[in-house]
Design a protein around this ligand. Sequence first.
Ligand SMILES: C[S@@+](CC[C@H](N)C(=O)[O-])C[C@H]1O[C@@H](n2cnc3c(N)ncnc32)[C@H](O)[C@@H]1O
Ligand code: SF4
Length: 417
Amino acid sequence: MSALLAPPLSLYVHFPWCVRKCPYCDFNSYTLQGELAAGPYVARLARDLEAQAAEVTGRPVVSVFFGGGTPSLFPPSSIAGVLEAARRHLCLAADAEVTLEANPGAVERGAFGEYGGAGVTRVSLGAQSFAPEALAALGRIHSPLETRRAAEELHAVGLSNFNLDLMYALPGQDRDGALRDVEEALALAPAHLSHYQLTLEPGTVFAARPPPLPDEDDAAAMLEDCAELLAVAGFEHYEVSAWARPGRQCRHNLNYWSFGDYLGVGAGAHGKLTAAERGEIVRTVQPREPRRYLAASPGELARNPVPRDELPFEFMLNALRLTAGFSLEDFSARTGLAASSVAAPLERFMARGLLERTSAGYRPTELGLRFLNDLVADFLPERAEMSGGFALSIAPAGGARDSLRPLFTGADTPFGE
Ligand SMILES: C[S@@+](CC[C@H](N)C(=O)[O-])C[C@H]1O[C@@H](n2cnc3c(N)ncnc32)[C@H](O)[C@@H]1O
Ligand code: SF4
């Protein structure tokens, strides 16, 4: 047994509404019907922050992520209101990274300057593709021009630290099409690029009526081509689906992937908190449906202590997504378990060429990143039922969505944000 130490703390804030639900999306998001209840929702978030503050007294919040759904449907004054509440109830670090997710079709022209003024330091834009026919097939509400305009505006107001979300292996897309999307994205000079393979998620319109998609070999070739292009452009591949210019990794997501702590507020938001003094790690989940969340009292969130034998799996599920891997010291400090508890599977994976040693720990090899599912599944305890009731849902080879959805985090279920 090792001493459990409180890791860095982040804050995730979920906004569950969108202009229109996309047919591929299984996030906890809903087509907005009628007026946006911005005032009541922000007031509820503030009560949530107040209620959870006692559990993190004195701990600095190093990053905030406004995710969705479509947070950019909320005006800058709402975002300012949530940050004000966060400052009132928590210790928000002066240099905290504050990311806002924005849909290029659901952000007022000229609003980015005001979001910056409200305290946002980083933006994540859902570009998805620059091909009009692909955007139409995906049911997106914006044109490539709106994405370009949004990126230009971000540079103009000094928010150059922005991410573009792109998806590949889209309906009717070929290798050239996937490469062109990355080229178009790079032309907008983002600091970060998230590149997800389109996956058919259970319960979505696409799962019920799948569009014609490129096969897995084509998808793998697309990923390889795009990765080469990104490397040449000076982007570092630091997580299975994320590339960044040096020093521009998303600090918030890095904290998820390093098995850090986070408060989760908003409909369906998940949190993870380490109570070092009790030797316990607890997962929290808010009521998922927006109306229920609005009606519930802040104390009504579910709390599920993570059984000790699930900790290696939960740690690896996150840490093995990082190309730099993890240190054994962090493994012990963040799980409270001795490094010897995972020595046998780590050695097995080394022997199979899926992991390699670093000076402080281990990292996945290229092969390991491609077979992340196998790697992670091996850390599951020998029990059919797991406490969180989750499904193992990581797509192979760079397909895992994450920036928003490190597994078990954020706002979605059953596996994560
Ligand atoms: C919460 S959404 C992003 C923000 C905003 N709602 C938007 O769509 O513009 C997070 C990202 O997950 C990715 N995503 C969502 N569903 C996906 C799927 N089925 N397969 C792959 N990526 C997906 C998209 O790139 C999307 O931008
Ligand atoms: S992909 Fe984004 S815009 Fe589309 S439904 Fe999901 S959260 Fe909303």
